[in-house]
Write a protein that binds this ligand. Structure first.
Ligand SMILES: C[S@@+](CC[C@H](N)C(=O)[O-])C[C@H]1O[C@@H](n2cnc3c(N)ncnc32)[C@H](O)[C@@H]1O
Length: 346
C-alpha cells in the first residue's frame, strides 16, 4: 500500500463496525476511495463494493484491489510481475544514456528517486504499456509498480517536495511484489469508478455510502502527481521545483476549498438522500463537528463516534519547504477523527 495522507488504516476496525451497525442491504459505495483500504475490508466482509475516486492513480488502485478478483488474476499476474522484475533487474544497462523523460524529471530535475531506480521504473512502465493488457491485469501491474516505487522514494509521504538528504530506502533496488487480491464476494462483482463525487452519487442507486472527502486545501493530485503520471504515462508539462504536472492547477476539487466544501458536501448528500451514510471527518477539517452534524441531520438521525488519532506521518517528520529543508515546528501530533453514522427515516 502506498503512503497516503488521510488513509483510514488505523480507523478500519471502527469503520467495519460502523458499517455492520448500519446494516446495509445492497451495494456499498466508497465515494472517495484513495488507497481503497476501506473498500478492501468491506469486500473481504462480503459486501458488493463500488470504489470511486476522481484521480486516475486512485481509480487504478481500486481497479486492482476492488474490481479485480483473486481467482481471476492471481496466477497470470504473478507470472507477469516476475517477467517485469526481470526487466527491472536488467536495468540500467551499462553505457546506456540512463532513461528518458521520467528519469530526467524525477531523478535529475527533482530528486524523488535515485537514477538507477528511475530507469528501472521507466523500463517496467514501458513494458506494461507494450503489453496491451486487459484493464484489470494492467491495473494490478501498475499498482505493483507504484507500490515498488513508493518503497524507494525520497519524500516525507507527499510529492510536494523531496527530501534534501536521500531517504535510506531510496538506495534499495526496485522490487515488485504481488498486490494482495481479494476473492469476489458472493454478493456479486465489485467495481472501480473514476468519477467526480457528484456524478458518482448521481449514478448510484441503493445501498450504503461511505464518504471520506479531503479535509483541507491540499490537493491529492498535487500531493501524488507522480503516481498520476506513472499511471497515465503522458509525459506532461511540469512546473516548479517539485516538477508537478501543470494540470494540477486546473483539476481542482471543490472539497479542497473552504467556501466550496460545505456546498459540495450538501450537493452530494442531496443525491444520496434515503441511503444510510457513514462519513469520516477530522477536527482539523474545514467543517466543524456541529456543522457536519447539521448538514447530515437533513438526511436522517445522526450518531457521532470520536476517536483520538495520531496525525499523519508528515506531522511527525516536520514541515519542509519545497527544497526539502525543515522550516517549522508541528504544534500537536494528535487529532480527533469522527465517524458520523446517518440512519435515514424508514
Ligand atoms: C481523505 S482521501 C480518502 C482516503 C481513503 N479513505 C483511504 O483510506 O485511503 C480523499 C480522496 O478523495 C479524492 N477526491 C477529492 N476530491 C474528489 C472529488 N471531487 N470527486 C471524487 N474524488 C475526490 C482524492 O483523490 C482522495 O483520494
Amino acid at each position: 500500500m502506498i503512503k497516503y495522507l488521510g488513509s483510514k488504516r488505523v480507523l478500519l476496525p471502527a469503520i467495519r463496525e460502523a458499517v455492520r451497525d448500519l446494516q446495509p442491504s445492497g451495494t456499498v459505495l466508497d465515494l472517495f476511495s484513495g488507497t481503497s483500504r476501506v473498500g478492501q475490508v468491506l469486500k473481504q466482509d462480503g459486501y458488493q463494493v463500488i470504489a470511486n475516486d476522481h484521480n486516475s492513480y486512485a481509480a487504478t488502485i481500486a481497479r486492482c484491489y476492488i474490481q479485480a478478483d483473486r481467482e481471476s488474476w492471481l496466477n497470470h499476474a504473478q507470472q507477469e510481475i516476475g517477467r517485469l522484475q526481470d526487466i527491472a533487474d536488467a536495468n540500467p544497462v551499462e553505457g546506456d544514456n540512463l532513461g528518458g523523460w521520467f528519469t530526467q524529471s524525477y531523478c535529475r530535475e527533482s530528486r524523488y528517486f535515485q537514477e538507477a531506480n528511475g530507469v528501472r521504473i521507466e523500463a517496467v512502465r514501458e513494458a506494461i504499456q507494450a503489453g496491451a493488457y486487459d484493464p484489470e491485469l494492467e491495473a494490478i501491474l501498475l499498482v505493483s509498480l507504484m507500490e515498488a516505487a513508493d518503497r524507494v522514494d525520497s519524500t516525507a509521504g507527499v510529492q510536494m517536495a523531496y527530501l534534501k538528504q536521500w531517504a535510506p530506502r531510496a538506495h534499495h533496488a526496485l522490487e515488485l511484489r504481488m498486490p494482495e487480491l481479494w476473492p469476489r464476494p458472493t454478493s456479486g462483482p465489485c467495481q472501480a469508478w473514476r468519477k467526480e463525487a457528484l456524478e458518482a452519487a448521481q449514478s448510484f442507486s441503493g445501498g450504503l455510502v461511505y464518504l471520506d472527502p479531503p479535509y483541507n486545501q491540499h490537493s491529492y493530485l498535487g500531493n501524488y502527481h507522480i503516481w498520476e503520471t506513472l499511471v497515465r504515462w503522458d509525459a506532461p508539462e511540469t512546473y516548479g521545483i517539485a516538477c508537478k504536472r501543470t494540470d494540477v492547477r486546473e483539476r481542482k476539487s471543490a472539497f479542497n476549498s473552504k467556501p466550496g466544501c460545505a456546498v459540495a458536501m450538501e450537493e452530494v448528500l442531496r443525491e444520496l438522500h434515503g441511503c444510510p451514510l457513514l462519513v469520516s471527518f477530522s477536527d482539523e477539517g474545514y467543517l466543524a463537528r456541529e456543522q457536519m452534524e447539521s448538514l447530515l441531520r437533513v438526511h436522517g438521525t445522526v450518531e457521532t463516534r470520536a476517536f483520538g488519532h495520531p496525525r499523519y506521518v508528515g506531522a511527525k517528520i516536520g514541515i519542509h519547504n519545497p527544497q526539502g529543508e525543515r522550516v517549522g515546528k508541528v504544534s500537536h501530533v494528535r487529532n480527533q477523527e469522527y465517524l458520523f453514522l446517518v440512519r435515514p427515516p424508514s
